[in-house]
Design a protein around this ligand. Structure first.
Ligand SMILES: Cc1cc2nc3c(=O)[nH]c(=O)nc-3n(C[C@H](O)[C@H](O)[C@H](O)COP(=O)(O)O)c2cc1C
Length: 138
């Protein structure tokens, strides 16, 4: 499986989650690379079997949660005819961030097949679980 992970990260947690997901796919024998949303490798995207898009939770902690940096995510390249999965990192409560991010990614042309949220203090375990779920799906 060839996976491209695109992330939006303000203080590094989501970048780390993206890199853990890429490493997990590689550990399983696939190929993967992670790119910030502002520097996506278009050739890599065109060859990917799955595009994973991740961001951080922005909101008022217990309400109004939404994908952080969504303006920049809207500016990333179109991903028509691609399967995609989404994730967010969070501190307290991600609310509907994953569902909102899925909608954004579908607006970029992809078919979203899964999504999850990862607590910022538990990235290793939760990204591992996410990768195993994705590998079972594709
Ligand atoms: C302005 C701001 C708003 C945030 N709002 C929420 C929130 O509503 N709920 C939550 O669980 N975490 C919230 N967080 C925490 C971040 O989503 C969390 O720390 C995330 O892992 C940061 O990812 P990053 O290091 O990739 O930027 C907020 C952080 C910031 C800076």
């Amino acid at each position: 499986m060839n996976v491209v992970v695109i992330y939006e990260s303000r203080s590094g947690n989501t970048k780390r989650a993206a890199e853990l997901i890429a490493s997990g796919v590689i550990r399983d024998g696939g190929s993967a690379a992670a790119y910030p949303s502002t520097a996506v490798d278009l050739a890599a995207v065109s060859q990917a079997d799955l595009v994973v898009v991740g961001t951080w939770t922005d909101g008022l902690f217990f309400f109004g949660q939404r994908p952080g940096g969504s303006m920049r995510l809207w500016e990333m390249p179109e991903i028509h005819h691609k399967r995609a999965a989404v994730f967010c990192t969070y501190a307290k409560n991600p609310g509907n961030t994953v569902a909102k991010l899925a909608k954004l990614v579908e607006g970029k042309g992809a078919t979203v097949i899964g999504g999850d949220s990862f607590h910022r203090n538990n990235l290793v375990e939760e990204t591992d679980h996410f990768v195993n779920g994705l590998l079972a799906l594709v």
